[in-house]
Design a protein around this ligand. Structure first.
Ligand code: ATP
Ligand code: MG
Length: 361
């Protein structure tokens, strides 16, 4: 039995997917950091154990490892269930298994990708692509609306002036006022659509907890009764370079949504929003990998995001509430992306969690 992990495998520790190197009989020679943490084992405990024991049904894996080691084929890919914890059938984790050859027939590489992780990565990439495309469309459209809007408003004002001295003036002034008022409303919508692209970033050192505290005091000023805003901070998080005001805006938009969703709970006095910060290692954001990142979770105990818009809440003009313009989350996502980060959401009735992930230096 090998006492030390074979050298040269350390780089696998940098991967977010689980990787193990095994003998053809399944004996584990190496398991990377991701594997250890998913299996909740230490490296010492992993070595010498048999990989096949960790699967609900290892038949397919056994065959594939033997075939790959025996050079019948160079790699195989299939779905399986990984067993965590001691009791059988407890805590099964669906994974995709990829078995490949190494430079030695005595060693086989087994890679496991959590299906949930795969699904999440696919979803994130799709979201980023779509957001990019819609952003472009919206921006062009907003520009096209802006110019004629100025003309309409100006003409309505002139009309009002012309009408004033006439008999019909006072009666018709109401109509011209409606035109001016509606034009103004549209103008401010268009301004908000264009807002994320308008202001240049002001980059400085940002402390995420200062951002959280600012947002906390703003929301508590708005909802002085019935709402608790709890903090669960990891104060070891370092500062990072970013635009503080923009980040406050992004977090505030999310917290405001939570408070708006919590109307019933606020009236009952049971509304809770939690701001939680954590370190994350080896994260993939879009297509880029980062060694270190911070996660800010904004959780609420409200009714959850309505199911029919859950997939689309980050798109512009998607709103589930009366009077909503559907721009708050779009803007927040744009700001996160300008910081190479991203926002995602996990929601069910009673527990909604918006997660902002931002890379750290
Ligand atoms: N914490 C939450 N709980 C329940 N639903 C939420 C939550 N956050 C967002 N939503 C839903 O997502 C929708 C989109 O949010 P977004 O902030 O983009 O737009 P809005 O709040 O409707 O309008 P705006 O922010 O532009 O004033 C909301 O209308 C709401 O239905
Ligand atoms: Mg909003």
């Amino acid at each position: 039995m090998n006492e030390h992990p074979p050298s040269g495998y350390e780089a696998f520790d940098l991967l977010a997917t689980m990787v193990a190197v095994v003998r053809p009989d399944g004996e584990c020679l190496f398991a990377n950091a991701a594997f250890e943490s998913v299996m909740r084992l230490s490296r010492r405990a992993v070595q010498g154990l048999n990989l096949f024991d960790w699967f609900a049904d290892a038949t397919r894996l056994r065959e594939t490892v033997a075939a790959v080691a025996g050079n019948a084929y160079s790699s195989g890919r299939f779905d399986a269930q990984l067993r965590r914890g001691a009791r059988p059938h407890e805590d099964l984790l669906p994974v995709q298994v990829i078995v490949s050859q190494t430079d030695s027939p005595e060693r086989v590489l087994v890679e496991l990708i959590e299906n949930a992780q795969q699904a999440r990565q696919d979803r994130e990439e799709r979201t980023l692509d779509q957001v990019q495309a819609t952003k472009e469309l919206i921006r062009n459209l907003a520009h096209e609306i802006k110019n004629p809007l100025g003309g309409i408003r100006g003409a309505a004002q002139l009309l009002a002036l012309e009408l004033q001295p006439t008999e019909l003036g006072p009666e018709l002034e109401e109509y011209t006022q409606v035109i001016v008022h509606e034009a103004d409303r549209l103008q401010s919508l268009v301004d908000r659509l264009l807002a994320p692209h308008r202001r240049a970033q002001v980059v400085g050192d940002v402390n995420i907890h200062e951002v959280c505290e600012r947002v906390r005091s703003l929301i508590l000023a708005e909802y002085p009764r019935g709402l608790q805003v709890l903090r669960d901070y990891d104060i070891s998080l370092p500062d990072f370079r970013g635009d503080r005001e923009q980040l406050i805006q992004a977090v505030l938009n999310i917290v405001q949504n939570a408070a708006q969703a919590l109307q019933v709970q606020i009236a009952e006095g049971s509304a809770v929003i939690t701001l939680q910060t954590r370190v994350a290692r080896q994260v993939t954001i879009g297509k880029q990998r980062w060694r270190l990142a911070l996660e800010l979770h904004i959780q609420d105990n409200g009714p959850g995001v309505p199911a029919e818009i859950r997939d689309r809440i980050f798109y512009p003009l998607v709103s589930g509430r009366d009077g909503g313009t559907g721009l708050g989350l779009t803007l927040a996502q744009t700001i996160a992306q300008q910081h190479q980060g991203m926002i995602d959401c996990d929601s069910e009735p009673g527990r909604t969690d918006f997660r902002i992930t931002l890379p750290l230096p």
